[in-house]
Design a protein around this ligand. Structure first.
Ligand SMILES: [Zn+2]
Length: 888
């Protein structure tokens, strides 16, 4: 899956695919040698499925569906009951065919809390192969769990399309099943649907026939062996366009009628990415087709899902509308596709045995999306930003006591859901980047290839990957380093000091731990791969376990620890070394400029480094520095501005300085894009406009308003590159008349994607009365069932208390707007931006009442964030005031 905003750091061989029912060699060997690892399970393991034949008839108007399931299964230990997973289902006509040809009729009972159905028999079943058949009916939801409906507006009126979303544990809402990743089986899906609709499954359709009354029956080809959470179905008024990829794979995009053309960019990107991955993984993509299905609306939880052969992506992450989309939308469409397609191998072909190892899926796909974007789109120039920010983003979370190891034990469905977080994605990806750098890209790829070959169509655990990498990179202590960074939480701190002896630089490295809310605790220990670059460009690498010393030729030039920024640790330089770095800052590679400044900022927050070190660095960045560095300077200043919230006089002094720092750079860029502007320049332009307006720059706000007003008659006043930024400023600073105008635009808009944007904007108002109107609207049918939760969330960015109090006061209504498994993190998230300790009590009271004790990590994290922010403000602001005073 891809989380929303994860990259928001700124953010046929038809014949070669496994034929129906035919076992590939890998499957055959797997059957002979079951996985060595016994995975965690919530089901008895004495019975397991081998094949599901499912026939489904959705009743979209009634929001229900009927199903028939025939499940081939193997009883390995005598038992008088078959227990599988099911939610919100009713069963009829259940029967079990025995190996001897008899038919047994079970007693069926369901346990709603355990999410199971039990088929009980009078006498124990002997080991052997059986077929369980049952009729059932289920529910179509309005949020992305199980089978769900999305309603949307079109020129031809309101429409409803159906989709499925099963990760992590919602296939059980669609099929009575062994809904755990290690119970892999093959699937035959048959769907009865309106004759005019397009029906999509993981595999191509094998046959379609008319069944009368305006209905057709689509039978899909048998899937390869796979986990239940990867099964997919969609039914709707869709268009599909296709191109032929490498090895004959049919690559397709599917969107609401008339919109498939807007997915052409994603279609072509998918072809390029697939070619790259066929090569990288060394095992060709195994299905005959790969579709990517665009769906209107959104989820609080994810933006896209890697169903095998049928990727699901919300429209805003895949469609490019020439009227509104710009280069950052293009980048998102590409990176989302690169992420989900990586899962077709890492996740779909080889699947983690249990959610403990979810990071194998998500860390890997996140790393792969960055790698592939860097490689296939060098013109986007994301190298520096990717290396410096992926790790720092995760460290921001990992430095709190409420963090967890990359590999973590998961017991419940809700815990599995909460595992989709910044550690699993961001730290997972950063650790992979560090280890690849440590063993070398060729050895790393060799290990990955042999891991994929070995575990195809099966399940694996983290050590299975390390074993293969270790074989490809002998003598590197890979296991030790990998275990240190994945089995224990936290961020290493490397303290660096240097002296000049006999014409050489002696560098002393000492390891500690970087922590935000546990100062004084005994630090954990890691084997940290550290690289140090001297002034002459030579790099020395050392594995630091405690203390290490390295020697570099020459003296005097600035040292860079973590050169290239691939290491997962923060660096604290001794004052003399930091001063040298500051003096030579302009000459450092951009990636190291970013890394040094990000670490200085984090270390200032915890008092390990004076705030003035960071401010001095930011103060000296010249006009001609890289756009990425200016982007960071703007981010640092806006972050500090936020600390002054509620203290207008002190904030005004700071703003005078910050605006004087940023305005000249913005004046140099101007409002309008110029021919030849790189994507980083375009990004910087909109970032500066956003930052300047957030700091109250009256000229910038006035110009945004002018452009918005002019755009009614002149679309060029708000070109795609500026559109989102200008609308954001107008919405944030809206008065009632402007808000009403945006509201009218939302109501009359026929494009679901643009309409969703407008409703999001209505929730951004700084004005409290307008924010309240947005909250009230979020609970109505007007914005659409999947927009309400996002609107409340958007209100919380400016008004955390209002949004949290409102959601809690209307909890039953709000629950309906949030995917069930996201609730435990949704509510605490609303309050997490608060600047008041009262919110801590409110979140705690909410958690005590409504969140299971095993699912409170998000609540604890939100609480820690508030407590820390308040503490840091008290420590940092006086230092910043003093620095400003010195500046005059
Ligand atoms: Zn993913």
């Amino acid at each position: 899956m891809r989380r929303p905003l994860i990259a928001a750091i700124l953010i046929g061989l038809y014949g070669a695919a496994p034929a129906a029912h035919a076992q590939t060699p890998a499957e055959a060997s797997l059957a002979a040698h079951p996985p060595a690892v016994e995975a965690t399970t919530q089901l008895p393991r004495g019975v397991s499925p081998t094949h599901y034949a499912i026939e489904v008839t959705p009743h979209a108007e009634r929001m229900t569906f009927d199903g028939k399931a025939r499940i081939d299964l193997e009883v390995r230990q005598p038992t008088d009951r078959i227990v599988l997973q099911a939610i919100d289902m009713k069963f009829i006509d259940s029967a079990l065919a025995t190996p001897g040809g008899k038919t047994l009729v079970p007693k069926v009972s369901v346990d709603a809390d355990a999410q199971t159905a039990t088929f009980a028999f009078d006498a124990p079943l002997a080991p052997g192969r059986y077929t369980l058949s049952t009729g059932y009916s289920g529910v179509i939801g309005t949020q992305a769990n199980g089978l769900f409906a999305l309603d949307y507006q079109t020129d031809a009126g309101r429409k409803r399309a159906l989709f499925t979303q099963f990760e992590n544990s919602d296939a059980r809402r669609f099929i009575p099943s062994w809904d755990e990743p290690s119970f892999k089986a093959t699937f035959d899906l048959t769907v009865n649907a309106p004759a005019g609709d397009l029906v999509v499954g993981n595999m191509p359709a094998a046959s379609t026939r008319d069944i009368g009354k305006g209905m057709k029956q689509v039978v899909f080809r048998t899937t390869p062996k796979m986990s239940t959470y990867l099964l997919f179905m969609a039914v709707g008024d869709f268009d599909r366009s296709t191109i032929r990829g490498e090895n004959g794979t049919e690559i397709g995009v599917i969107a609401q009628r008339g919109k498939a053309e807007q997915a052409r960019y994603a279609l072509e990107a998918s072809r390029d990415v697939l070619r790259e991955y066929n090569d990288y993984f060394g095992v060709p993509y195994p299905l005959p087709k790969l579709d990517n299905i665009a769906a209107p609306g959104r989820s609080q939880f994810f933006s896209a899902m890697e169903n095998w052969g049928a990727i699901f992506t919300f429209e805003y992450s895949i469609l490019l509308d020439p009227a509104i989309s710009n280069v950052s939308d293009q980048q998102r469409a590409f990176t989302v596709a690169a992420h989900e397609i990586a899962h077709q191998w890492f996740g779909d072909l080889v699947t983690m045995a249990w959610w403990d190892d979810l990071w194998l899926n998500e860390g890997f796909a996140t790393w792969m999306e960055g790698r592939t974007t860097r490689k296939l789109h060098p013109e986007w120039d994301i190298d520096g930003v990717d290396a410096a920010y992926t790790s720092r983003g995760a460290m921001g979370r990992d430095a709190y006591a409420t963090t967890h190891p990359v590999v973590q034990h998961v017991e419940t469905v809700e815990q599995a859901s909460q595992a989709f977080d910044g550690i699993t994605y961001g730290k997972g990806s950063a650790v992979i980047g560090m280890l690849e750098d440590y063993v070398g890209a060729d050895a790393w790829r060799e290990g990955v290839r042999s891991y994929i070959r070995k575990h195809s169509y099966g399940n694996a655990v983290t050590d299975d990957l390390w074993r293969e990498i270790d074989k490809a990179a002998p003598g590197k202590e890979l296991m030790q380093v990998a275990h240190d960074f994945t089995l224990q939480p936290g961020v290493p701190l490397i303290k660096a000091s240097a002296s000049c002896e006999a014409g050489a630089t002696k560098v002393a490295l000492e390891q500690g731990e970087y922590t935000v809310d546990r100062p004084g605790k005994a630090p954990l220990r890691w084997h940290v791969p550290v690289s140090v670059r001297g002034g002459d460009g030579s790099v020395v690498r050392v594995l630091v376990d405690g203390l290490a010393n390295v020697t570099l030729p020459g003296c005097g030039a600035p040292l860079v620890v973590n050169a290239g920024q691939r290491g997962y640790y923060r660096t604290l330089y001794a004052p003399a070394q930091f001063k040298a770095l500051g003096d030579g800052f302009a000459k450092l590679p951009v990636v190291d400029q970013l890394g040094v400044m990000l670490d200085a900022s984090a270390l200032a927050q915890t008092g390990l480094q004076p705030e003035s070190d960071l401010l001095d660095l930011a103060d000296k960045v010249p006009l001609d520095a890289s756009p990425d560095l200016w982007q960071l300077v703007a981010g640092v200043l806006e972050g500090i501005d936020d600390l002054y919230k509620g203290q207008p006089e002190r904030q005004a002094t700071f703003r005078t300085y910050a605006l004087s720092r940023l305005s000249p750079k913005f004046e140099q860029l101007g409002w309008e894009s110029r021919d030849g502007d790189s994507s980083t320049v375009k990004d910087l332009r909109t970032s500066l406009i956003g930052t300047l307006s957030a700091m109250g720059d009256a000229k910038v706000i006035a110009e945004a308003r002018r452009r918005f007003a002019a755009s009614a008659s002149d679309p060029a006043a708000m070109p795609p590159d500026l559109r989102r930024t200008v609308l954001g400023i107008v919405a944030y600073n809206a008065d009632a008349a402007t808000w009403d105008q945006l509201h009218a635009m939302a109501r009359s808009e026929q494009s679901s994607m643009i309409r969703d944007q407008y409703y999001g904007l209505l929730a951004r108002a700084k004005d409290k009365a307008l924010a309240q109107r947005a909250l009230d609207m979020a609970l109505t049918d007007e914005p659409g069932a999947t927009n309400g939760a996002g609107m409340i969330s958007a209100v919380s960015w400016e008004h955390p208390d209002m949004a949290f109090d409102f959601a809690v006061a209307h909890r039953e209504q709000v629950d309906k707007l949030v995917d069930t498994t996201s609730r435990a993190r949704y509510y605490p998230g609303l309050g997490s931006g608060a600047n008041d300790l009262a919110m801590v009590d409110k979140i705690r009271a909410f958690a005590d009442k409504y969140i299971a004790p095993t699912s409170r990590r998000s609540a604890e994290t939100a609480i820690a964030a508030i407590q820390t922010r308040i503490k840091l403000r008290a420590q940092q602001l006086p230092q910043i005031d003093a620095w400003l005073q010195r500046k005059g």
